[in-house]
Design a protein around this ligand. Sequence first.
Ligand code: DP6
Length: 337
Amino acid sequence: MADRETAITAEAASNIAFVKYWGARDLERAIPENRSISMTLTRCRSICSARFEPGVASADEVLLAEDGAVAPAPAAFRARVVKHLDFLRATSGRFGRIRIATRNTFPAAAGIASSASGFAALTVAVTRCLGLSPDPSQLSGLARRSGSGSASRSVLGGFVEWPKGYTEEDCYATELAPAEAWDLRDVVVVVERGPKAVSSLDGHRLAATSPHYRARQALLGPRLAAVRRAIVDRDLEALGPVLEEEAIELHLIAMSSRPPVFYWRPATLTVLGAVRALRGDGVAAYATMDAGANVHVICEPACEPAVIERLGALPDVLEVIPDRVGGPPVWRPGTEL
Ligand code: DP6
């Protein structure tokens, strides 16, 4: 058991979904309507320090560590974190004050899953501080309860599947293949830096109002099977079209929800066109988007330079972040943020 007064700093990476979690059976506990499959990244990560002061009754401290300075987190984020801290304290049976300081290496709330990496890192750091030693399945279930369902995938490395689960006990993600199994790249094309107008939580809430929602559910079985097989076979030509069709359908459902939700920006379409043009030139690259305007371009190492060069040169592109498949979270005792 970790010394409960020692700070723990954990790092976890974001993930990009190949088959998306969109729509929940129980949104409060993030029990999804459908299975999802993702790839854990490495460069887009969150770093979170936690310190537990057993028996101290004063309020938790929730800080954002940005640009070398540490400042109190905005109220909405603080409330979300404290709710998760309360859940983790109750799970451990230990009570006291917790200090949290967290930062991201990439733009927050912009279609790169910062809540996934953030709540994965926080769950790893806090469970260790509280003296819990969850195995990967338990950790995934605990991270899920942050409300960021995709955090349940970011506590694992490589290629990850999160089943829909029917109860608290069977709703956790597992590794399909480790990062070493396939050196896949994700060139994150940033066209928008600000926070998205509609949160994923609201998107999940509205999803079932789309007339296309049930139709997608019916298509997911073969799609999941195709993605699993493509990962085993390291077959990008099999994976690519499926991940593109899955991304388009997520946004089709969002755009046809009532009221509709538009995450795309004009630049999103420009990038999607450029990815198709790259393919026309023989560069095997495929695009996917989460709930945001930014585009993740999946390719193998040989094609990565061409993808970075061509997409990075587009006038509407603010930044490209070359990322790749990565491992599970890491943590260490000692210095806090
Ligand atoms: C479109 O409820 O996990 O990214 O916490 O904001 O990451 P965040 O959202 P969450 O929903 C994720 C929605 C998605 C698809 C996916 O990652 O599976």
